[in-house]
Design a protein around this ligand. Structure first.
Ligand code: NI
Length: 167
């Protein structure tokens, strides 16, 4: 396994739309394992392939406290959603920024697992929010795009300055 570099907002590659995975093979399983290692090391509770510059529909999530519940979603689709919840979100691609975002409070998702088998899952609270956040990445959307233009501009300039200092 290997840790992968995470690309950071406002990198335009974050706006790439991920392609469906046609075949779940060893290269996908290796990417999923590397993404999990990258997510745990960061540390974060979710990571989309988009964030490691691999534009395929693959996300890894672990919202458990002891980091024992890794979940992998390939080609995820939201079948149903209900309710609303607002919570503070951050993103490994937008370091140091936390802002409130409103999302569905409950979702039913269909995806493939690492054996290429379809499964369905109902999620609420943190897991539901995380699934929606990561699925947005696959569509090329970063959570800051839910914020006002003014806030987005501020975040961009803050992160760009940050990049200059650390480059
Ligand atoms: Ni993110």
């Amino acid at each position: 396994m290997a840790r992968l570099p995470i690309i950071c907002y406002p990198d335009p590659r974050l706006h790439t739309k991920a392609k469906k995975i046609e075949q779940v093979d060893d290269s996908i399983r290796r990417l999923a394992a590397d993404m999990a290692e990258t997510m745990y090391a960061a540390p974060g509770v979710g990571l989309a392939a988009t964030q490691v510059d691999q534009h395929v529909q693959l996300i890894v999530i672990d919202v458990s406290e002891d980091k024992s519940k890794l979940q992998t979603f390939i080609n995820p689709e939201i079948l149903a959603r209900d309710g609303e919840c607002e919570g503070e979100e951050g993103c490994l691609s937008v370091p140091g920024i936390y802002e409130n975002v409103t999302r569905s409070a409950w979702v039913r998702v269909r995806a493939l697992d690492l054996n290429g088998q379809p499964f369905e899952l109902e999620a609420e609270d943190l897991l539901a929010v995380c699934i929606q956040h990561e699925m947005d990445h696959l569509q090329g959307k970063v959570f800051v795009e839910y914020l006002s233009r003014l806030k987005q501009t501020r975040i961009k300039s803050k992160l760009t300055k940050h990049m200059r200092i650390t480059a």
